[in-house]
Design a protein around this ligand. Sequence first.
Ligand SMILES: C[S@@+](CC[C@H](N)C(=O)[O-])C[C@H]1O[C@@H](n2cnc3c(N)ncnc32)[C@H](O)[C@@H]1O
Length: 313
Amino acid sequence: MSWKTRVKTKINIPRDVFFRTNFKINLYFKQRFAREFLLHATALRATNTTDVTLANYVAMYRDRMDTIRNARLTDAEGWITRRLCNRDDEEEVRARSKELLTDEIVANPMAGGTSRAMVTKVVADLLRSRPGQVRSACNIGAFVDTQSAYLAPRFPNVEFTSVDRYVDLDKINSFLPQSPNWKFRSGYALDLLQTGSLAADLFFMTSTSVCFSPRELEAYIAAFTKSCRFAVFNEPWWPSLQSLNLFKIPRPEEIRPGDALLGLVYFKFQSNYIYYLEQHGFDVLMSQIVPTAGASWYTLQIIAERRVGGSRS
Ligand SMILES: C[S@@+](CC[C@H](N)C(=O)[O-])C[C@H]1O[C@@H](n2cnc3c(N)ncnc32)[C@H](O)[C@@H]1O
């Protein structure tokens, strides 16, 4: 079922990667989830469902099911917080900041890069292919923003903004090389967009929009239309936790709008990006599922451009 969307996502996954992810990892996590769920349901080993951590699959599943219909974060104010609270936090952020992007890595992220290098390549290629069309670019869910640290000096005519929930976002990024055309905004990006205090010609994100419930994702895409011309998503993508078909790599356009699949391992939301983008007046220029540099999951990469005067089709 493809919900009358125009674009079909390309799947470019080599056979060995498919075997590892769709069979080995898929089987391992499905049996683990089924076992923990049954032990909990039969009270043979009840789980603390308030302890939502990666080690607690029942709690993670419950949490996702409890939030899947939400339109936005329920406690956005409480969610905005300080990140660097002690020495360990600083060590972690310093270590992440060492993942410096270079021209070689960005040119070929699969040779030693990460998902951050992958999104940087997509954004850099887009900026080069559309000279002068993007004057401002914003990374939502930026955290340690190696991407803007790399892009800002190479595109001095573009103003880069990193946005995340951390009030000390500038300090978090202070271990990276700085540029005059790179700044920071703390807050809940959806609120900033909806109130008009955050605008950009290009929004991009990596490993972030899978944290959004489907309605929240649609709200972000709707809010993008206030200012942006381009949206880039570079998101982890898995076989669905709930599907028994081990051969299946779900395409986003097959997912029921308003609903989401849960990906393996982190149980993140996998939604119908294509439907929301097209509904809100974007043309999807590229949608593909590819291997992730340095990781076992797949990556969904989407580039969308807003039609001038675009509206619901
Ligand atoms: C997994 S981290 C990815 C960080 C960074 N993009 C990277 O790839 O290293 C997800 C980021 O998205 C932010 N985030 C999570 N949920 C969000 C939401 N509902 N709205 C905006 N940002 C969110 C988090 O604060 C976090 O920094």
